[in-house]
Design a protein around this ligand. Sequence first.
Ligand code: ADP
Ligand code: MG
Length: 388
Amino acid sequence: MSTQKIKDEFRKAFGVTPKGIVAAPGRVNLIGEHTDYNDGFVLPIAIEQRTLAAWAPRDDGRVVFASLQQPNKCDEIDLCTAIETGQHAWGNYCRGVAAGLIENGIELAGCNILFDSNVPLNAGLSSSASLEVATGVALLAVCGSESSVKPHLLAKICQHAENTFAGAPCGIMDQSISVMGQANHALLLDCRSGQTRQIPFDAPNTVLLVVDTQVSHDIGDGGYPARRKQCEAAAEILGIPALRDATEEMIAQAVAASKISDLQMRRSRHVVTEIARTLAAADLLTFKADGYLQKFGELMYASHASLRDDFEVSCPELDTIVDLAIPRSGVFGARMTGGGFGGCAIVLVEENHAESVTQVISDGFKKQYHRRPPIFATHPAPGAMLIE
Ligand code: ADP
Ligand code: MG
């Protein structure tokens, strides 16, 4: 994927040279899984894989969306009429963002937009948020309003687009990191207050391996909404607004009083302990005491175990990868990342061991599943930006 390629493809599709190109990254969450909709904390990084959007104005008040990942499935809206969902699922992410910007008082202008992305689609690396944020930044660039929507609001508009137009009940994490990511930093996001803090994630000679199980995960297939409902029900029984407010003692008391089921107890325990791990992880990265990466890695393994056993959102492929990435020379930690039921695992490794660890995981996975999972190395990358 290159800016030259998207320029060439844009000319082929629309017969003119694009006037601007913007980019928005995908993400991996270092730790803090299934905590977002419980008002908790998450700690994602933006990754080097990103979605590019090339644009040029058109003068008929229409916005045309095309994507190299969805050939022959152009989508089009008329800015003079109310925006509704359309026939192409992918176009709804873009439609939702356009509708959200208009709702927030932005006067959009007609344009052609072409997307190209090297964030793998449907792999749990948030290609959807990168598409939404690229759409938002491009639409704002077209009408010269780049600075009129603050980062937090842009993230909210994109999340709302995904919730309402694409029908995916995601939290605010993916869009926030795609907008606000910074090179060499993770973003500690308080999903209750919306407050964010940049956390240095800049240990020299370390990389994050992303291992794609290629098991299709569908955020709308029942597992994810079911977990949300179970968490809401547990919070109600505990008499608190969200599991963010729960403590382990509170859960133990509810168990002793037979007020909470075993399943609700385990779901709650995951959320409470995962929020604690996320805050501890942010502290480790901030203060960098001796051995902090080893301790960070231990939190990653503990997070995975909790997601596997208490929250039950892992799957055999993810467990295999984490089992292969046991603490060995060069490996700090590993866990599933994203909503689960497939998607990706991440492994934090020393750079000079990345190749051998990749080989071990690839071989071990192949032995079990008779195919090799795509594995790539990434570092914390910047959030959305204008490229040209
Ligand atoms: P994830 O965000 O984990 O990749 P989602 O199911 O949330 O998975 O979003 C994937 C969907 O987003 C795709 O099926 C497609 O509809 C849309 N999408 C993402 N990136 C692009 C792109 N570059 N071009 C067209 N559609 C895209
Ligand atoms: Mg997504």
